[in-house]
Design a protein around this ligand. Structure first.
Ligand code: BG6
Length: 302
């Protein structure tokens, strides 16, 4: 019996089926009246989301690895408990370890509107304590309807306050990075990784792209909208419990240096990450929790 067989035996819900996915990794395939989605148990990572009458919303590289210990390139990786390189130890995995652990399934249900709800969790254990010596419980709740709602809850079961970064590192599928723009970040202070973390407010009404872009907008709790006139759609990213937004596209040179990123794929993705990073890291008191939610929906027109 495979892991997927066992999960199907334990969690039997119309519209959700566990499968042996890429390279045998267990995944749950969701197909209901509203949308299609694929979620990997490894990484606790949503890989695809496609409303029934619409194009794919998330981007995933054709060159992505599906290997234990390596992140999957695309969809919605969870970055936790740190963001980017580890602050002190270069040998630690970038963007934390949540995206390279196998999560566990807590529940799969269908609500009264026919939306499929999946909850995964990850708790501390020997492998995580070797990387980060703290007790924790992470819960990822995914609700697949005509929109995609993702909630990441970090619980602190320990005796000491827990300080961490959180990010839903969402890769969006777009027509062409040179022809899209992002609204919702005007006048927010941006830390520009391309300019040695220089800080300045971004006065532009919309963010546009003509080179490698790697920016953290701190104190940016508002909804972001990706305007994609060539595909005639707007992707709306509404959020709660998130004070930062990361915007990233590697452009041609950086993409060509990444082995899990196809050389000609960079124009077709943009990351708009619902996050709490840098100045906005969270500090969770003992027995308390922090919750971050992204609600992703699409509308026609720009
Ligand atoms: C972004 C960072 O969030 O993720 C970038 O701001 C980084 O600096 C990118 O290059 C991809 O990171 P990784 O570890 O998935 O290659």
């Amino acid at each position: 019996m495979t892991v997927a067989d066992e999960l199907n035996r334990r969690f039997s819900v119309a519209g959700a089926r566990f499968i042996d996915g890429n390279n045998g990794l267990p995944m749950v395939k969701i197909a209901n009246d509203h949308a299609f989605a694929l979620v990997s148990i490894y990484g606790g990572q949503i890989l695809t989301f496609r409303p029934v009458r619409g194009k794919e919303v998330l981007w995933r590289s054709q060159n992505s690895l599906y290997e234990i210990g390596k992140p999957i390139r695309g969809g919605i990786p969870v970055c936790w408990p740190w963001f980017g390189p580890h602050p002190a130890e270069a040998s630690q995995p970038p963007h934390g370890f949540a995206r390279i652990q196998t999560w566990q399934v807590d529940s799969v249900t269908q609500d009264d509107q026919g939306r499929t709800c999946l909850t995964l969790f990850l708790e501390d254990g020997d492998p995580t304590r070797r990387l980060w010596p703290h007790a924790f419980r992470l819960e990822l709740s995914v609700r697949v309807g005509s929109d995609l709602q993702v909630t990441l809850t970090v619980r602190n079961p320990g005796q000491q306050p827990l300080r961490c970064a959180t990010a839903l590192h969402t890769y969006f599928a777009i027509s062409d990075i040179r022809r899209i723009s992002i609204a919702g970040l005007k006048d927010r202070v941006c830390i520009d990784k391309m300019l040695r973390n220089e800080r300045r407010p971004d006065p532009r009404k919309v963010v546009v792209f003509n080179e490698e872009t790697d920016r953290i907008y701190i104190d940016s709790p508002d909804t972001c909208t990706i305007l994609d006139p060539d595909w005639g759609r707007r992707i709306i990213v509404a959020k709660e419990g998130s004070r930062s937004t990361v915007v990233w596209n590697p452009w041609i040179m950086k993409a060509s240096r990444m082995s899990d990123f196809g050389a000609d794929e960079w124009p077709h993705m943009v990351c708009v990450e619902t996050a709490n990073v840098f100045d906005d890291e969270v500090c969770i008191a003992p027995a308390a929790a922090h919750t971050l939610t992204a609600r992703i929906s699409c509308e026609a027109g720009c």
